[in-house]
Design a protein around this ligand. Sequence first.
Ligand code: FNR
Length: 183
Amino acid sequence: SSPKLIALSGSLRKASYTTALLRTLAANAPAGVEIEVAEVADIPVYNQDLDVEPYPEGVARLRAQVQAADGVLVGSPEYNYAMPGSTKNLLDWLSRPYGKAALAGKPALIITTSPASTGGVRAQAQIRGTLAAIGAHPLGGAEVVVPFIDKKTTDGVFTDEGTLSFIEAQVKRLVDEIEVRKK
Ligand code: FNR
């Protein structure tokens, strides 16, 4: 069956460049690959007291979506040289229940963005470490770091063809990794 990818954006703002990029990738998914951008606006701040049944509705939905996916795209900006709390929050929810993390065993492609030349590269390294802690499988090799994203986005659509084809090649590598791990 065709691989299903769930895309998580660590930016909650409506006009997010990061979310726009994920939506553009979803709209242009390679043939035979399904990419869905997850709704994350209703995910509360992680609190272990809330992490009991019945789980908050958004959390239960997100965990089920990630569980059902073959792989994950983790898109994030960078705040103060680090992954934003909103990105870490998603990863924390998806790291539990202990031993049954929705993200455990999932191949993941990290995509960081910035209007600056640095492309969120510091957040990229942190996300990689956190995914490793959770037992996800962040893709090695070329990293997707997108600088000057404000110049590459028009009306909520990521328009830089060169960058898009580079990222699509990395999405194909993720799909290859999924296939290899299924064997
Ligand atoms: C930023 N921004 C930023 N950018 C960066 O490359 N490195 C950084 O350390 C920071 N720090 C930072 C802190 C805070 C609190 C904010 C609000 C912003 C700029 C950031 O990249 C920019 O706002 C992006 O547009 C955010 O991504 P989305 O929301 O467009 O996806």
